[in-house]
Design a binder for this molecule. Structure first.
Ligand SMILES: Nc1nc2c(ncn2[C@@H]2O[C@H](COP(=O)(O)OP(=O)(O)OP(=O)(O)O)[C@@H](O)[C@H]2O)c(=O)[nH]1
Ligand SMILES: [Mg+2]
Ligand SMILES: [Zn+2]
Ligand SMILES: [Zn+2]
Length: 267
């Protein structure tokens, strides 16, 4: 995490942009290692606040984490193709540089906010809170947050999401959950991606990859998907629908409670 890698001490501007251009720029923040512990608890506070925003609107927020290039944006493009007519989707894209991924998502007709982090190799809750200002939460069912491609730091920062999804492409090796335990332990779902390449990769064992996840005491489902094979996405799409239903029922329970409290207060 960042205490070790020091990435949170890096200087660099953070930019937030929507389709109209840059909407917010945050100045470089140079922080000493000593204040990082305080920053983490501040991050948790902001993440709780982001979670309230999302829960108030019944928005399911899913944080996608993986190494660079393992297929996060491609999965989102294929997901939009599959359910974009049924569910109102929005995407927050995190990258060190370029608007490429947001542009790809917007080309599918879905709102996308790009956060460019400069030298910071993960998203944090305040960046996501900034990005929410460019989105209308009342018009969103599922908000995907595509984290910066990195198997280390992203897992250390709560963003206010409901669920973490870790992607592992079959070209990366089935030992990655063992080598990067923090991220794969935090996953609520593990997607083995680019499975159309199984024919060409002879040493990736999905069973081994799953065993490594279980060795982390993580019972999360492990699914095999390919952005190139729409039929393979069914279990992932069903998982999303299940999470959305849970998110919505948690919201109605909460508003019922709130109603009771108001009732008690006036009684
Ligand atoms: N064969 C195959 N290639 C894929 C699949 N998904 C993604 N790719 C390719 O893998 C490369 C990287 O895909 P991206 O979707 O950009 O990966 P990413 O995780 O979003 O990358 P970063 O945002 O840079 O971390 C591209 O050339 C994709 O076409 C897949 O299911 N099968
Ligand atoms: Mg991407
Ligand atoms: Zn707020
Ligand atoms: Zn980092």
């Amino acid at each position: 995490m960042c205490e070790q890698c020091g990435c949170a001490t890096a200087a660099g501007e953070v930019h937030v942009s929507d389709s109209s251009g840059v909407v917010l720029t945050r100045a470089p923040s140079v922080k000493s290692i000593e204040v990082l512990t305080g920053l983490m608890s501040q991050n948790d506070r902001i993440a709780a606040h982001v979670r309230e925003h999302l829960e108030d609107h019944g928005v399911l927020a899913v944080n996608l984490m993986s190494s660079p290039g393992s297929g996060k944006t491609s999965l989102l493009e294929a997901t939009i193709e599959a359910i974009g007519d049924l569910r109102r989707i929005a995407v927050i894209e995190g990258d060190l540089e370029t608007e490429n991924d947001a542009t790809r998502i917007r080309a599918k007709g879905v709102p996308a906010v790009q956060i460019t982090t400069g030298q910071t190799c993960h998203l944090d809750a305040s960046m996501v809170h900034d990005a929410l200002q460019a989105l209308d939460l009342s018009k969103i069912d599922i908000l995907f947050v595509e984290n910066v491609g990195n198997l280390v730091c992203p897992a250390g920062f709560d963003l206010g999401q409901r669920a973490n999804v870790a992607l592992l492409s079959v070209t990366e090796g089935d030992d990655k959950p063992a080598k990067y335990p923090v991220l794969f332990r935090a996953a609520d779902l593990v997607l083995l991606t680019k499975t159309d390449l199984f024919d060409f990769i002879d040493d990736f064992s999905p069973q081994k990859a799953e065993r490594h996840v279980r060795n982390l005491a993580n019972p999360a489902p492990v699914m095999r998907v390919s952005a190139r094979r729409p039929a393979s996405l069914r279990p992932w799409l069903d998982w999303l629908e299940g999470e959305l239903a849970l998110c919505r029922s948690a919201r109605s329970t909460r508003s019922a409670h709130r109603h009771e409290h108001v009732h008690e207060a006036v009684a």
